[in-house]
Design a protein around this ligand. Structure first.
Ligand code: FE2
Length: 224
């Protein structure tokens, strides 16, 4: 079964979907791409919003979608959490994990990473309450990500990383090394939809099942 581990499909939870109609269309596209489970990961920006307000909005948006959708795609709920200094001390952070798991999707900033940010990711991963997954590592300079990969942090790649030949080889390698545990569409709106995701599944070949198996175990609670 295909799992999309990173998506923005909750209506008006963030800029990923502007309406219920858009979210339903996104789920139609997921179904057409033979995706069985979509993990909804709306953005959580700790410097812009409180945990309470985020959870309240996210849960309402999820309920609205779950009530309206009667298709076959299974929707799981998590968050894409922007890493900031001191995040490891945020009370209630475990509420941002995917459903009732300890899986926490962390997003690093696009600018150069400080050592304290890297330490925050490591401290969170060392915390037994969390199993960290680093979001879309293909978006960053690989030399920035390397210390975290070497530490054994689990990584997620966006489907688009598989589309370009140059980056494809690099990330196929990281799949083989066991560093990549999930594939994401990172869908926003409906324009690109699952085009890249479908291409990635094709380019990954036998490795697709390997990655999906890792993701299934991760959100089933048995992958570390
Ligand atoms: Fe995202």
């Amino acid at each position: 079964m295909l799992i999309d581990f990173h998506s923005h499909i909750l209506p008006r939870a963030d800029h990923g979907s502007d309406s219920l109609a858009t979210s339903l269309k996104q789920l139609e596209l997921a179904k057409a791409a033979r995706v069985g489970t979509v993990v909804a990961t709306p953005h959580f920006y700790p410097h812009k919003m409180t945990l309470e307000s985020f959870l309240d909005r996210r849960n309402k948006c999820h309920s609205k979608l779950a009530e309206a959708y009667d298709g076959p795609v299974n929707i799981r709920v998590g968050a894409e959490v922007m890493v900031c200094r001191g995040l490891e001390r945020m009370e209630g952070l475990e509420q941002l994990c995917v459903d009732s798991t300890n899986v926490l999707l962390l997003e690093m900033p696009s600018g150069k990473w400080s050592n304290s940010l890297i330490d925050t990711v490591i401290e969170l991963d060392d915390d037994p309450r969390f199993n960290v997954v680093l979001a879309h590592i293909d978006r960053y300079d690989i030399s920035w990500v390397k210390p975290l990969i070497d530490y054994g942090i689990n990584c997620q790649i966006n489907a688009v990383a598989m589309v370009k030949l140059f980056s494809r080889k690099k990330y196929l390698n990281l799949i083989d090394r066991g560093s990549v545990v999930a594939l994401g569409s990172d869908i926003h709106g409906t324009e690109v939809g699952y085009k890249h995701y479908t291409a990635a599944v094709r380019y990954m070949g036998d490795r697709t099942a390997v990655v999906m198996n890792r993701t299934a175990r991760l959100i089933g609670g048995s992958y570390r």
